[in-house]
Design a protein around this ligand. Structure first.
Ligand code: NAI
Ligand code: MG
Length: 472
């Protein structure tokens, strides 16, 4: 549907900067209309009367339809975001379907409690009820999957939604909207609006008739969302940035597995992951071997457009991100870090950068402190666990971490000391719809996925007291 103003914005293919679509440039007026539609659907539409079982089946059908259209969705994701089509086909799309399938099961299992109270003659219980109208603002790194992470739990628990995809990647969310209608989601229950953060996003976050805002993106905008939400004290959940340590001990055993795991931790999705293993911490005895091995992986990665069959890494998502990532590369060089491989743009067409491995760094450097959100890893050696833990935790973020050792006792001790929402042991980037995901510190509020996300999608209903016998 067109924006009320009739305005549109251009959508680019990041592999060659060509314009591939025009999307409606929604603003405050469109957000107002969408929130009103969601409110109507929540208060008086058929959605409210749908049984949990019917809702569960509907959410399941969304997963089925995603799988049915998997090739098309993977292609859309590839031209819009830049990621290889083959990766979208085996990761983004099936994970999105799986999330809906997993959440479908929860629709019939949302239970309250009966609470034994000590007021004679009464009994009490709690209900878990939908929050109401939920605003969802998502980023461009996994456009379809992030839409699924947000919509799945909201729909399974009976909420109505206004979703704004990132301006860089609006296409798969729009196609998903068509599939939601095909699955039987009633009119007004999900409203998908394309537009910019500062206009559409800001209007949604501040809207007085929105009960909750769920945001994934930068920590900087996360703080803006919190301020905007304070007007009506809407609930807020946030999934924000990271600067995650990936720690390899010399007793990691299969060092080749640890090296390719470290390469995957940073280079998957071109490093555009909030949980990217962007700080590689390696026990000193094996530091040179590991760094050389990761650099070797980096050099072998085949860059190319997402639709080419042999592409292993596509372009960054946008010119803005290209400038940002090459800007960090430049800062690292100025500060005196050693570039083992990469460190610059690749070619002059599209937004490609070379996978980059950096050593000889110190904690003052911006490349060590700040989220780069590109295929850039900083490597540093350590000798003792006493120095390792404070350094690993020396970041305002706390999203994820990796630990590689065959000593299972050590693995669990180190994991317990790390201030990170997820700690992967002898692996990295393992995701499942049943596993909660989210951060400590400035990586966010609340958890996505698993039954943990339902805490955010439902509110505890009235603690209802009912007299069962009349006192005489
Ligand atoms: P961003 O945080 O500006 O954008 C994410 C979403 O927020 C988009 O849908 C955008 O339209 C919306 N948004 C932006 N400003 C807003 C506002 N004032 N009110 C409401 N919504 C707003 O992230 P951006 O600019 O695309 O990327 C910048 C950096 O953020 C990246 O380099 C990366 O470090 C980080 N980032 C982290 C992500 C994560 O998954 N945690 C995802 C995307 C970016
Ligand atoms: Mg931004």
């Amino acid at each position: 549907m067109a924006a009320a103003s009739g305005k549109t914005f251009e959508v680019f293919n990041p592999a060659d900067s060509s314009v591939i679509a025009q999307a409606p440039d929604s603003d405050r007026e469109d957000i107002n209309r969408a929130v009103a539609a969601a409110r109507r659907a929540f208060e008086s539409g058929p959605w409210r009367r749908m049984t949990p079982s019917e809702r569960g089946k509907l959410v399941w059908r969304i997963g089925d339809l995603i799988l049915k259209h998997a090739d098309e969705l993977a292609e859309l994701e590839s031209v819009d975001n830049g990621k290889p089509r083959a990766v979208a086909r085996v990761a983004d799309v099936p994970l999105a379907a799986d999330l809906f399938h997993y959440m479908a099961g929860w629709a019939t299992k949302i239970e309250g409690n009966t609470i034994p109270i000590s007021v004679p003659g009464f009994h009490a219980f709690t209900l878990r009820e939908p929050v109401g109208v939920v605003g969802q603002i998502i980023p461009w790194n996994f456009p379809l999957l992030m839409a699924a992470w947000k919509l799945g739990p909201a729909l399974a628990t009976g909420n109505c939604v206004v979703l704004k995809p990132a301006e860089q990647t609006p296409l798969s969310a729009l196609r998903l909207g068509e599939l939601l209608l095909e699955a039987g989601v009633p009119e007004g229950v999900v409203n998908i609006l394309t537009g910019f953060g500062e206009t559409a996003g800001a209007a949604l976050a501040a809207h007085d008739d929105v009960d909750k805002i769920a945001f994934t993106g930068s920590t900087e905008v996360g703080k803006i969302i919190v301020r905007a939400a304070s007007g009506n004290l809407k609930k807020v959940s946030l999934e924000l940035g990271g600067k995650s340590p990936n720690i390899i001990f010399k007793d990691a055993g299969d060092l080749e597995a640890a090296i390719s795991g470290a390469a995957n931790a940073i280079f998957f999705n071109h490093g555009q992951c909030c949980c990217a293993g962007s700080r590689l911490m390696v026990e000193r005895d094996i530091f040179d071997d590991v760094v050389a091995g990761v650099a070797e992986h980096a050099r072998k990665i085949k860059l190319g457009p997402g639709l080419a069959a042999d592409t292993q890494m596509g372009p960054l998502v946008s010119e803005e991100q290209l400038k940002r990532v090459t800007g960090y590369m430049h800062q690292g060089k100025q500060a005196g870090a050693c570039y083992v491989t990469g460190g610059e743009r690749s070619g002059d067409r599209g937004y490609f950068v070379k996978p980059t491995v950096i050593k000889d760094v110190n904690p003052k450097m911006s490349i060590v402190r700040e989220e780069i959100f590109g295929p850039v890893v900083v490597a540093e050696p350590f000798t003792k666990p006493e120095e390792l833990i404070p350094r690993a935790n020396q970041t305002p973020y706390g999203l994820a971490a990796g630990v590689w050792t065959r000593d299972i006792g050590k693995a669990h001790c180190i994991a317990a000391e790390l201030r990170a929402g997820t700690v992967w042991i002898n692996c990295y980037n393992i995701f499942d719809a049943a596993l909660p995901f989210g951060g400590y510190k400035q990586s966010g509020w609340g958890r996505e996925m698993g039954h943990a996300v339902l805490e955010a999608a439902k509110r505890c209903g009235p603690c209802s007291g009912r007299r069962v016998t009349s006192p005489s």
